[in-house]
Design a protein around this ligand. Structure first.
Ligand code: FES
Length: 148
């Protein structure tokens, strides 16, 4: 199965039904993307597939063949991801941190679609769950990244 991961073309010999999250973590060693609920609810596993935020725990490899996948590890290549990560640090968003790679990728996906989203648009677009309740700081970091 061929696809592009963080600007790099790769070919993996995996079953087409293998979840993308498994391929990222176990086959490619990209452990920044986290396993949370396993049923596409919490969003800890969010990556971008062709720029769209996608729950990788329920996305089969067959669905990403020929596509471009971007994970939290791609900060050196993606200017928008780099900006969002910097604002996450500046606003001290993470608490336990487990949900944050998914939150950041969801934020990048939103900003690629909408340059300066309102609070309501952020709330509507980012359905990722944060057990530590960092939502206020997430919104602030997204606004800062949007304006830079
Ligand atoms: Fe702990 Fe979000 S920072 S779950």
């Amino acid at each position: 199965m061929r696809f592009t991961i963080n600007q790099r073309a790769v070919e993996l010999d995996v079953e087409p039904e293998m979840p993308l999250l498994w391929a990222l973590r176990d086959e490619l060693g990209l452990t920044g993307t986290k396993y949370g609920c396993g049923v596409a609810y919490c969003g800890a596993c969010t990556v971008l597939v062709d720029g769209q935020p996608t729950r990788s725990c329920v996305t089969p490899m067959a669905a990403v063949a020929g596509k471009t996948v971007t994970t939290i590890e791609d900060g050196n290549h993606s200017a928008k991801l780099q900006r969002v990560r910097e604002e996450w640090v500046a606003h001290q968003v993470p608490q336990c941190g487990y949900c944050q790679p998914g939150q950041i990728m969801a934020a990048v996906g939103l900003l690629l679609e909408k340059a300066d989203p309102s609070d309501a648009e952020i709330d509507a677009a980012i359905t990722n769950v944060c057990r530590c309740g960092t939502y206020t700081r997430i919104r602030a970091a997204i606004h800062a990244a949007a304006k830079s």
